[in-house]
Write a protein that binds this ligand. Structure first.
Ligand SMILES: N[C@@H](CCC(=O)N[C@@H](CS)C(=O)NCC(=O)O)C(=O)O
Length: 219
């Protein structure tokens, strides 16, 4: 059976878990924290979570894992059949990661561990996310999902990329990024109301206190 490595507070782990649950793929979870065991790098070469274990071997990097899951488990499709529309979904997923998740992550030392991030980094991050919001406004017209009637992987990926971005931008700039993109608030609330989202969000909340303690102890 497929194995999913990671932990409930990880947004990338939840992105993959959301898709597995949505598709009804059976899997076992292997509780794994980055840096816990050097041997884990033989599964996920950068030591990051998530990674999956399949009958063929291990696979890391969430977007790659999602693409594999879609190909290996085509039931309840999460990507359009049409090549062009598929590519547009990937475009949005890439942008969500590059211009929302990754810049916001640079604020984490201050947000999660109380280690000051420089004003220069804060300004850079804000500028990138502002551009990301403008780009998302051009690409995404939620109705009700990002690409229309059917949910795609882009919706799932954006949800979990925005999650860290919302947390960090609120804490550092008191900035509500969701308000920047027309229609995004209703989309965000709709995504959050899905049973799978509720299940994962609850597990994340439950694991958060212990996770923050562990981070602060390391800092
Ligand atoms: N590019 C990776 C990012 C995954 C990632 O950053 N995971 C975090 C947990 S949310 C992690 O493992 N961090 C530990 C590290 O960066 O060493 C992916 O898409 O899967």
């Amino acid at each position: 059976m497929l194995k999913l490595y990671g932990f409930a507070v990880s947004n990338y782990f939840n992105m993959v878990k959301h898709v597995l649950l949505y598709k009804g793929v059976e899997f076992d979870e292997v509780l794994t924290f980055p840096g816990m065991d050097p041997a884990y790098n033989s599964k996920s070469p950068m030591g990051k979570v998530p990674c999956i274990e399949t009958e063929h071997g291990y696979l890391a990097e969430s977007s790659v894992i999602l693409n594999y899951i879609e190909a290996a488990y085509p039931a309840r499709p999460l990507l359009p059949v049409d090549e062009w529309r598929r590519a547009k979904a990937f475009e949005l997923m890439k942008m969500a990661e590059l211009y929302f998740e990754l810049p916001a992550r640079r604020l984490f030392p201050e947000v999660l561990a109380g280690k000051a991030v420089s004003a220069e980094i804060k300004a850079e991050v804000r500028e990138t996310i502002e551009k990301g919001c403008a780009a998302l406004s051009l690409l995404a017209k939620p109705a009700p999902y990002i690409f229309g009637e059917a949910m795609t992987m882009a919706d799932v990926a954006l949800r979990y990329c925005l999650m860290t971005c919302k947390l960090a931008t609120k804490a550092i700039y008191q900035w509500d990024v969701v308000a920047e993109v027309p229609g995004l608030r209703a989309w965000d609330e709709m995504m959050a109301s899905a049973d799978i989202s509720k299940q994962l969000d609850q597990a994340m909340q439950e694991g958060m206190a212990a996770f923050l303690e562990a981070i602060k102890a390391k800092a």
